[in-house]
Design a protein around this ligand. Structure first.
Ligand SMILES: [Zn+2]
Length: 292
């Protein structure tokens, strides 16, 4: 997920140029108002690690001793062996993965805040998937985040909407698994059960759509679901001019295995998608959203 801070970093690039305006300084004050902390997440998920609470939440076991989220457990295992940096700052709730080895989370995600809701754990899984993408060495479709010219969209922190599609597949699957477990504990009021069931259905449809072979439709759906995110609208407009939409061949199953996920994790995602309905978003509708 990208938005406020990504837009800010984008604007930041213009600070020395003629586009710098008074409101950029105002935004900067707002951004640091909740405090800024940059901390390393060291291997071994130490108890005081900045994203250890999320890694624990996404790799929890059920009463039978099996992982509640197979893909969340794999993410936790992958990041248990490497060091990354985590910046907490006011982002209005967004996560950003601008370059290799760094994720940016909202200041509210510090400590136990990051596991306050299932959505937040899913968002951390989403951002960590971006880190795996940034380590691939294909400069066209998997920008590492380092400075590069020429760039089809942004010289620093460039992303593609297909990167988002794959990150949403992972993040939504973690969310889905945790919601499913929550529902099975059977201790909610009826209204809460209905709310969770609604979320599960939405995620089944979402995962069905994002994993459908029609990858252009998947990117349009991703845009429609997050129409307020300026970066996605910019990416869409740039990708509309590219013959292949900055989408690498291979399909999501191939790319997830390149990121380090197992066949079992891919099969689990397919099972969830099989329960959903693929939502079609026409090019006309996506064009309208991107140009709004
Ligand atoms: Zn994202």
């Amino acid at each position: 997920m990208n938005s406020t801070l990504d837009e800010w970093t984008h604007r930041c690039l213009n600070v020395s140029g003629k586009n710098f305006q008074r409101r950029d300084a105002v935004d900067l004050r707002k951004i640091i108002s909740k405090g800024v902390s940059l901390r390393p997440q060291k291997p071994g998920s130490p108890s005081n690690g900045p994203i250890t609470p999320s890694l624990i939440a996404m790799s929890k076991l059920n009463l039978e001793g099996n992982p509640i989220s197979p893909i969340g457990t794999e993410i936790a295992r992958i990041f248990d062996t490497r060091k990354i940096w985590v910046l907490f700052v006011h982002t209005a709730g967004s996560g950003v993965t601008p370059w290799r080895g760094l994720i940016i989370l909202d200041a509210n995600y510090r400590g136990a805040g990051q596991t306050e809701t299932i959505f937040r754990v899913g968002l951390v899984a989403h951002e960590l998937t971006h880190l795996l993408q940034r380590e691939l060495n294909d400069p066209r479709y998997w920008p590492s985040g380092w400075l590069r010219f020429p760039s089809q969209t942004r010289p620093v922190g460039d992303s593609t909407n297909y990167m988002e599609v794959l990150s949403y597949i992972v993040g939504w699957t973690v969310e889905y698994d945790l919601y499913k477990e929550k529902l099975s504990t059977n201790d909610q009021q009826l209204a809460e059960k209905n709310r969770i069931q609604g979320k599960l259905r939405a995620r089944e449809n979402g995962i069905a759509t994002l994993t459908d072979p029609d990858v252009r439709n998947a990117t349009r759906f991703m845009l429609k679901m997050h129409r307020s995110v300026k970066v996605y609208r910019e990416n869409y407009r740039a990708e509309a001019k590219s013959p292949n939409g900055r989408i690498p061949a291979g399909g999501w199953e191939y790319w997830l295995s390149e990121f380090g996920f197992s066949d079992g994790a891919v099969a689990h995602i397919k099972d969830i998608g099989a329960k959903g309905v693929v939502k079609r978003v026409s090019q006309e509708e996506a064009d309208r959203i991107a140009n709004a």
